[in-house]
Design a protein around this ligand. Sequence first.
Ligand code: BJW
Ligand code: ZN
Length: 250
Amino acid sequence: MSVAGENLERAATILRRARSVVVFTGAGVSAESGVPTYRSGADGLWSVQNMERYANPDGYARHLPDSFAWYRARASGVRSVEPNAGHVAIARLAQLVPRVTVVTQNIDSLHQRAGSAEVIELHGHLRTARCAQCDARVEWQGAPDSACCVDCGGMLRPEVVMFREMLPPEAYSMAVERAAECDVLLSVGTSNQVFPAAEIPRIALEHGAWVFIVNPDMEGQPLHIRVLPLRGRAGEVLPALLDLAWPATG
Ligand code: BJW
Ligand code: ZN
């Protein structure tokens, strides 16, 4: 039996019949690319302490220029890594199911780089920074050395959703809509602790969908008769699931 156990066979049978799938992802899907997860307690640049200090609007403004440098380094970090087998399997799923929507909490753009076309980014991205005053956008690669907008002198900030900020309303409402009408929601690599994103699997369940959880750690995940835990790493479980569901396409 594979790493995800007997549930994998059952999940493959359900997935093969699905017409609409939402793939809801978190930091764990990028872990095998070398991007650290948020709640792993890692030290250094990407530490939980830095996240608490910088990833909220007041903390970001109060800790300039370090907060700006932290985001710049992270933007450069995610550019330097590659999508992994989990991202690739998710992109492949779109060739096999009539409608696949990726709803991601990640800001690393690895789904797009793996070839996923329809990606809803709930927490923004690290492609650009924007001026908090005049809204000008600048790619991190060409961003000035300081957090000072060259057009108006306002404060440059990352295009991400920090704690206590609203999610982009169109992205969130589209994610809710897709979750409400899907047959299967695959929740991959998220601790499901951060709201309102954590509502997305619950909405799918409420509307009768199956929810498959792909994660080596099932702590804090929803419990429901239609939740199938697929324990293991995304880069192993997802290719195995697709190979079982569509054996001739691997
Ligand atoms: C693998 C793997 C492998 C490892 N394969 N899996 C109390 C109750 C309810 C809500 C709140 C509350 N107090 C505050 C709030 C609101 C707050 C919130 O939810 N806080 C919670 C922490 C309690 N939410 C907000 O503030 C949101 N806004 C909002 O609510 O606005 C209204 C409001 C206005 C005014 C005041 C208050 C509210 C905004 C949330 C924005 C989140 N932003 C971040 C940071 C982005 C910027 C940055 O990076 O700097 O987004 S937080 C961080 O968490 C990031 C992630 O997208 C998000 C989710 O984390 P994720 O992806 O789940 O990662 P991890 O690390 O938690 O989990 C990784 C998982 O992978 C683990 O399960 C591993 O086991 C697994 N794994 N290897 C598969 N190989
Ligand atoms: Zn400006």
